[in-house]
Each structure stands twice: as structure tokens, then as C-alpha cells.
Design a protein around this ligand. Sequence first.
Ligand SMILES: Cc1ncc(COP(=O)(O)O)c(C=O)c1O
Length: 366
Amino acid sequence: MVRGEALKPRAGVLAIDPYVPGRSKLAGAGPVIKLSSNETPLGPSPHAIEAFREAAYRLDRYPDGAYTLLREALGAAHGLNPAQIVCGNGSDELFHLLAQAYLGPGDEAIYTEHGFLVYRIAILGAGAEPVIAPERNLTADVDAILECVSPRTRAVFIANPNNPTGTYLRNQEVRRLRGALPENVLLILDGAYAEYVGNSDYEAGIELAAATPNTIMTRTFSKIFGLAAARVGWAYAPAPIADAVNRIRSPFNLAQPSVEAAVAALEDRQHIERAKAHNELWRERVTRELRDIGYDVRDSAANFVLIPFGTEPGRTAQDADAHLNAKRIILRQVAAYKLPHALRMTIGLEHENRAVLDALREFARS
Ligand SMILES: Cc1ncc(COP(=O)(O)O)c(C=O)c1O
């Protein structure tokens, strides 16, 4: 290297806007109501906490880098071949690994207008070019995605349901997309919120990942299972894709206590059913009450709702956020998702939901 020449990262890296997580703190003392990261208000299964604690006595040992226990438990729970399951340090890691394995300079990868932002980071990080497909009614639009396909396209990332909009693509539409995409284009279906979806025309991606050579489904233990801090995600992929990802992932990419917590969480069906029922009840109530106040809230298939605000001074999402913060409530600002006039609210416990509704009722009348 020539003296004085600055050391530079690979092309694309500095084009990444660092991911800004949902805030968890406010200035001043006292507890906060944090509904900014789509975490479950019911916490993890007590069995998962116990498994994590018990694994702490074996911290001197490396994990089983094949994560056999977890892959077999997932295979049994979903009727999948464990050999086609790959575990990640959260599903975020899997997006990066897939991008690293299949994308490079000169390639393009598509995500949608209000799609989850980690896809963009993974695409740029691999040196490829992100292409943003417009959405229709805050929902991924299959025809618009297909119009973005070029001979350089190598992957399409879709969160289904999507964060932060809460909208989803029906199984029929996902199948239409897969059918129309070229065979050499990967379709990555991110089912982070799949467990919350109650709609009968929804399918998380298992069918396509099993039946096609180029579709991958990703899932996470961070949402309904309440293990966001443990960082456990997984993908179901055709065998050659699982093999490629396994070659580049670090040999011990998950912590053993996290893996054991995930297995215990998966087995506690009652806890999951409780979390799903709580979410359905409060998602419906929160949506209805927000509409009664006057907010044009769309149906959400996930564990959060998107609340649109006005543009006139005093009525904006920033004004609403300041009003909520003054009451020690944190929702998620979503300007980075091209939604500067909205806030995203995770469904919380009853008293948390009521506090947000009361505060927004007051804000709307002020
Ligand atoms: C759509 C979507 N996919 C993936 C993730 C990341 O999940 P993980 O914690 O498994 O990395 C999130 C988390 O916010 C998400 O909203």
C-alpha cells in the first residue's frame, strides 16, 4: 500500500446506513413502556429460562456445531428434514450468509419499498446492488417485483408478514412470484412473524422451500418464542443451499445455552398458544380502538400495528412520539423504512396497550 493512501472497505460497505434498533431508554428516571422492537410481552417459556440457566454450568465446552438437537426438534415440530435446516445467530445472520454465498459485485438483489432493512445491509455487504420494488397499499406487489428482475438479479428478499407494515402476501401470490422468477434467482421468504399469522391463505414458505431448488424460508426464536437476546434463527433450504451456507458459517455460530433454550421453548406449546391468543385479542382491540380515535390503521398479520399520522405541524409522527415519550412510552419511528409519517406499535401487555391508547386519544384531541 502506498504511504498516505487510506485503507478502504470493499465497495458498497460505506453505502450502508447502520441499522438503528428500536429505542429502549428515555432520559429521566422511572420505568418505560417499550413497544419498539416487536418483542413478546409474555417473555420466554420458563422452561427455556431454566434450560439456559442449566447450560451455564457447561460454559467451558464448545457447542455441538451441528446443532443436532435443535435441528431435530425443529424437524419434528414442522415435519421437515433436519439435514435441510441451518441455524443462524438470529435470522439476521442467515441473510448475511445467504448474501455472502450467492451475491457479489455485478449482481442485483430485490427487496420491497418498506421491506425489512437488514436485507439492504446484507446485499450491500456482499458487494451487490440493492433494487427496491415499489409496494402497493403498503404491501409487496408481485408484478412490481417481477418488473425489477434483470439478467443480473440473483435474489429476492421478502418478509412475510412484513415489518414494519404488518401486511402479508397470500400463498397464491408467493407461488405466482416463484413461478415467474427465473430459476437462477433465490427467493428468500422471511417468516419472522409466521407464528402470529392466523389467516388461512398464508403459508410461511415451508412448501416452496421443500418443493423448489431455489426457495429458502427463514424463521426466528426472537419473536413469539421470546428469545431475542439468545439470538437463534434458522433456515429451511434445499440441500445444496444448506450445504453452501454451512460451508461459510463459523463452526460455532450459536451459543449452546441459546440452543438449549430454543429447544425447550419449542416444546412449550402452551406458552406459544398463550402468546398467540394474547396477540390476537389485543391486536384486534388496539386496531379497532385506534380506528375509533381516527387513525387509519391497516389490518396487521403480525404482533405490531402501523399507525399513520398527519403532516401538519403539531400532528406529525414526531409530535406523537414526543407526546408518548413524555408519558414514558416508546414506539418505533419508521422513517428509515420510507414511512416518515407513521409509528409502529408492538402489541404489549394489557396495561401497556391501554396506556398507548389513552395517550394517543389525548394527542388526537389536543
Ligand atoms: C422481518 C424480520 N426479519 C428478521 C428479523 C430479525 O430477527 P432475528 O432476531 O432472528 O435476527 C426481524 C427483527 O426485527 C424482523 O422484523
